[in-house]
Each structure stands twice: as C-alpha cells, then as structure tokens.
Design a protein around this ligand. Structure first.
Ligand code: SF4
Length: 431
C-alpha cells in the first residue's frame, strides 16, 4: 500500500477530471468508474515483442520476433510519462511478447522502477519461464499481480481441451501460492473452447483461495494469429449468461460501468468454501455508486485481502462511511450466515472479466474515445485496440495511425504523435 503525498493526490484528481471530460456524456452515468475513481483501467508496458509461443490468436505483429527489445532507458522514460499522464496508483501491465524472455535482472529493475513511481505492477506471462523463484524475486521488489495466460490458442503440446489444461493452471497456482501476489488467469474464448466456459468457471471457483481474477477475452481479428473471425454467438451477452448459469447467480454485470459498455463487463463474486455457494458482491447499484464516490482516490492493496479490508475500514471511518457501511455489509453478511457457517467462514472474492477487443478492420472510434485500456508508447498512451491494429507501423518507427485517430486523441488532451507518423493508412487498411 502506498502513502500518497498531497501533490500526488492533487495530480491524481486533476487527471481524474481530465478523464471525466474525455468520457462521452452518454456514458457519464453515476456508476461510471472512469473519471470518477480511475483515470484508466490499466496501461500496458510492452518490454519485448518476442514470445516463446505462437498462438493461433495473437495480437503481435508478424515482425515481432525480429524486433529488438527496447532499451531500459526507453522503458524508464515511458514509465515517467505514464505516471505523468495517468497519476499514481495506475495499474501497469508489464507485458510483451512474454516479458520473462527479457533478462531477469532487467525485468527486476523494471518492476522496481514501476514501484518507485507508486504505480501498481502486474506481470503478464504465459508462465513458461515464470518460475516460483522468478516470482519470488519480483515480489521482493514490489510485484503486485501475476497474470497467467493459459488456453487452447497456445497449442501447448499434449493438451487438446481446456479441461486438460487445468493441469498447467494448477501448476502455476502452486508456483504462486503463498507469495502474496494477486493471481489472475487470462484465456481467449473462441470456437474451440467456448463450450468449456462452465468448466473453466468451476475450476476458478474451486481455486479461489489463490485465484483472484479470471479474465475471458473474446477472440478478436487482429495481429499475427491465423485464426481470424470470431464464431457467431460468442458475445458479451452469451458468455456472461453462461457464467451466470455456472455460478448459479447473476453477477450483476451492469452495475459497474468501466469506459464503453461494449468493451467489457465486470462481475464480482463471493465464493463460499470451494464454491458450494456464490453470491454477487455488488448487487445494489446505489450502494456501488456511493462507494466509488466515497472512496474515489483510495487504492487498496488487493494482493493482501486482510490488509485491504483493514485499509477500507480505516478509510471508511475517516470518510464517515462506517455507519452506513456497517449497516449495509453487516446486513448482507447476516443474511448469509448459514452458508458462511457451512463454509467455516471461508469466503473469497473472485473478479470475473469478459473482455471484448475490437477487430483491426472495424475500429469503432466511439469505443476508442472511451477506452479504458491503453498501451504506453514514446508518444504517450494509446488505446490498445488502435495499437494492435497498427502495430506493424509502430514497430517500423511509429507511422500509420490514421489521421482521424490522431485528431481525436489530441482533442482529448493526449500528446500529438510524432510528426510524419500519419501515412493515412495503417496495417488494418492494408489487409
Ligand atoms: S477500445 Fe479496445 S482496448 Fe479500449 S477498452 Fe475497448 S476493447 Fe479495450
């Protein structure tokens, strides 16, 4: 948990206001998190373009493997710009390619530098080189989250179903167990595994003692992967419906608005025991709205749930929320006393995200303007969907973002892109 200086909080508030003004008025609903509590959902920091897998659905470019790693100084300069743009407490995805292919001393320095700027680092990896030793080492310099990507698109030898891949997931869980990291699992949902979403949910329910977030990323037609168009019927609605059915309850996906509603949905579940009972954590919209506005600048230490709970109680006391908080949360707890007893008091929070990245050739600018997931470049933050669509040009020196996007981002207060970058047609229109 970071203690923020007065100036850092003032800067954060100014950045929140900046985000608020870029959010389209139609999406400035009371439950909109962007601009109220968060400047951005997260920012990707790509520390290498290389990867040790070649997934059938991959956002990287055909030229990624031959792209040299950017020097540490450039990464540090991007981190400096990142905190300037989005403020302290921003979630930073240290990603690639696979970041573990980078020299591990350098990786450690990157994590430490992110932490020194009071940002929250997450390691995004396929896990192949993310040994317990490496995770322990990175944790020691302040790594907060580890996000493992495991699914059938990766074509791991000997695995032909998601059910079989639970063996890999279980191994990763054991690697991370007890290290004090917030553990996330990502998977791309496509024709070959969409029927296994229930089984994946059951797995995360059983393992909610270690796994804190499961993210389901719907296939997008972008990057170098050979599998292109998403099968009809794989949508935010169908996947969230399947998750609700498996959870045995509605996770109230519409209660949290994070940027544009077509981009993703978030559900928060309280898992009792090994998943015998699931209760939605945020069933009341008014309560959620009250909370995001009361705790707008509080960043909890999500890797340590007990400490986070204590931090919330302290902040609730300071902000006068405690009496109504006790009434609401105490009441809800009392209603669940039977399953609570049955689970011997074991209740874990599992966040479920369904992410809907865009196809490279059908970029919707309304979604880009309200985007909650950026990637850091030498020209500041850029929407991940735009970056993926024009990645080839970016790797070749930054050319290719279309004029329309450049004009819109400048209007939103982002830095202008490097002069000469606009050739009016990126890789997306070349396809
Ligand atoms: S525009 Fe793309 S990257 Fe941004 S929030 Fe939407 S899906 Fe995510």
């Amino acid at each position: 948990m970071y203690a923020y200086a007065k100036e850092e909080l003032a800067h954060l508030r100014e950045r929140l206001a900046w985000t608020h003004q870029r959010i389209d008025p139609q999406f400035q609903t009371p439950n909109q998190v962007l601009g109220a509590k968060r400047v951005i959902g997260c920012v990707a920091l790509e520390v290498t373009q290389r990867c040790n897998l070649d997934c059938s659905i991959c956002y990287l470019s055909e030229n990624s493997e031959s792209t040299p790693d950017i020097p540490l100084e450039t990464i540090f300069a991007r981190i400096d710009a990142l905190v300037e743009s989005y403020g302290v407490g921003t979630n930073v995805q240290i990603t690639g390619g696979d970041p573990t292919l980078r020299d591990h001393d350098e990786l450690e320095q990157i994590v430490a530098y992110v932490v020194s700027k009071k940002l929250v680092p997450a390691l995004f990896t396929n896990g192949i080189h993310a040994s317990r030793e490496l995770l322990r080492r990175l944790k020691a310099v302040g790594l907060n989250d580890v996000a493992f990507h495991v699914d059938l698109t990766e074509k791991r030898k000997g695995y032909s179903s998601e059910k079989q891949l639970h063996e890999v997931r279980q191994e990763y869980i054991e690697r991370a167990r007890g290290l004090g990291l917030y553990v996330i699992f990502n998977q791309t949902i496509f024709a070959r595994n969409v029927d296994e979403v229930p089984d994946l949910i059951e797995f995360y329910k059983r393992n909610a003692d270690v796994v804190s977030m499961a993210s389901f990323q719907l296939q997008a037609d972008t990057g170098r992967g050979l599998t292109r168009k998403r099968k009809q019927g794989i949508t935010l609605d169908t996947v969230t419906d399947t998750i609700n059915e498996t959870m045995g309850t509605d996770l109230c996906w519409d209660n949290v608005q994070f940027g544009h509603p077509k981009c993703h949905r978030l559900g928060y579940a309280a898992i009792f025991g090994k998943g015998q009972k699931v209760v939605p954590l945020l069933p009341d919209l008014d309560e959620f709205v009250d909370m995001i506005h009361t705790f707008d600048d509080v960043v909890v230490d999500r890797a340590r749930p007990k400490r986070a709970a204590l931090q919330m109680v302290t902040e609730a006391t300071k902000r006068g929320y405690l009496p109504r908080g006790l009434k609401y949360w105490g009441g809800r707890l009392a209603r669940e006393w039977k399953p609570l007893l049955k689970a011997r008091g074991e209740v874990r929070k599992l966040t479920v995200v369904v992410q809907n990245f865009q196809d490279a050739q059908q970029i919707d600018h309304e979604r880009i303007d309200n985007c909650s997931f950026h990637v850091m470049t030498d020209d500041g933050g850029i929407s991940m969907c735009v970056h993926n669509a024009y990645r080839d040009h970016y790797l070749e020196g930054g050319v290719g973002y279309p004029a329309e996007y450049q004009a819109r981002r400048v209007a939103d207060g982002f830095p202008a892109l490097t002069p000469g970058m606009d050739d009016g047609c990126g890789s997306a229109c070349a396809k």
